[in-house]
Design a protein around this ligand. Structure first.
Ligand code: SF4
Length: 348
């Protein structure tokens, strides 16, 4: 097992001089929601066969690989899915990751539906931060966007429980889809204004191959800012660190801030330091990648840590991904038909 004391040798930077700093870990490909932009219900029905258990990375394998990534320079790990709280006993995994001294930031993205039940346990296990996906406060809109007719109440209860457990600020992620929920984003901002929690509006992206993405459905960041500013004036703020995904905007009256993740209108690939570990153990170097490098096979085949480290460092140093920056130079057709790994297998 990679040492939990520092034997760090940072991986070489990639082809655009970006270091490896963040690891997104998909702990399951399953979810209790059926968001049309990620896992449409008409495809992922009751009979859909998700990955069999033996194809999922075990917690021990995830911890071992995380240790190796930490040795290569990773300081932030995010647990995602699918829905990470669906994976049984996920707090055991958190306890296995917290001893990595250099892992300064251990966080999770959840849809919040089960959060009220687990918030205290997650905190006690050592989880540092939590992000909750909540696309709208309007129940009718929310029901259509989660594909399961679930109301917002359980998610809001989850956020309240996480706050009570000591998570603060909590980040609230909302995908903004024109003609679907854009008319409700000001309500969402107003609801969390002054609470200390940070709503982050995400431009609708052409992730995966199933969401019928089209530029006309994208509400650009500038428009989101204009809509919020009309009622609650905001001004830009410097990023907390280089490579921060969300652009920060604070309320002029001092009542906190929001974020905007503008992958389409203001791509940020230039500072992207994110690697992804898919549910079945592939190293994926971009959210829009068509494939990844299998780590599970070599690991189960007896590769030692140094061999795995060389493999990961090699993939990273060859990395040339910058899809969002290139998107605009791609023809509409080309962009839409590219093969891509589905988002629920690698975490957003
Ligand atoms: S599109 Fe790929 S390279 Fe660009 S920011 Fe997203 S994950 Fe990074």
């Amino acid at each position: 097992m990679a040492s939990q004391i520092s034997t760090r040798q940072t991986a070489a930077s990639d082809q655009f001089d970006r270091p490896l700093r963040d690891l997104r870990i998909s702990v399951t490909d399953r979810c209790n929601f059926r968001c049309p932009y990620c896992m449409p219900a008409e495809i992922y029905g009751e009979r859909y066969e998700f990955l069999p258990r033996d194809e999922l990375l075990t917690f021990e394998e995830i911890a071992r690989l995380t240790g190796i990534f930490v040795d290569l320079g990773v300081t932030k790990a995010r647990l995602t899915g699918g829905e990470p709280l669906i994976r049984a006993d996920v707090t055991r995994l958190i306890r296995m990751l917290t001893p990595f001294n250099a892992l300064a930031d251990l966080t999770m993205t959840t849809n919040g539906y089960l959060l009220a039940r687990f918030a205290q346990e997650l905190k006690e296990a050592g989880l540092g931060r939590i992000t909750v996906s909540l696309d709208s406060l309007d129940d009718e809109v929310f029901r259509s966007m989660n594909g399961r007719n679930f109301d917002t109440a359980p998610v809001l209860e989850g956020i309240a429980a996480a706050e009570k457990a000591g998570f603060s600020p909590i980040k609230i992620n909302a995908v903004v889809q024109k003609g679907v929920n854009d008319h409700t984003i000001v309500d969402l901002a107003r609801h969390f204004k002054g609470t200390g929690h940070i709503v982050r509006f995400i431009e609708f992206m052409d992730v995966g191959t199933l969401n019928h993405w089209n530029m006309s459905q994208v509400m650009p960041a500038a428009e989101i800012v204009r809509m919020i500013c009309e009622e609650m004036p905001i001004e830009p703020v410097e990023p907390n660190y280089k490579g921060e995904v969300a652009r920060r905007w604070r309320y002029v009256d001092g009542d906190g801030e929001i974020g905007i993740i503008a992958s389409v209108s203001e791509p940020f690939c230039g500072a992207c330091t994110r690697a992804r570990l898919s549910t079945d153990g592939r190293l994926v170097t971009c959210l829009f990648a068509a494939g990844g490098t299998d780590l599970r096979g070599p690991m189960r085949g007896g590769a030692d840590d140094d061999e795995l480290k060389k493999l990961i460092a090699g993939v990273w140093s060859d990395r040339r991904d910058r899809y969002s920056m290139d998107r605009s130079t791609l023809g509409d057709g080309d962009g839409a038909t590219r093969s891509r790994i589905e988002m629920y297998q690698i975490g957003g």
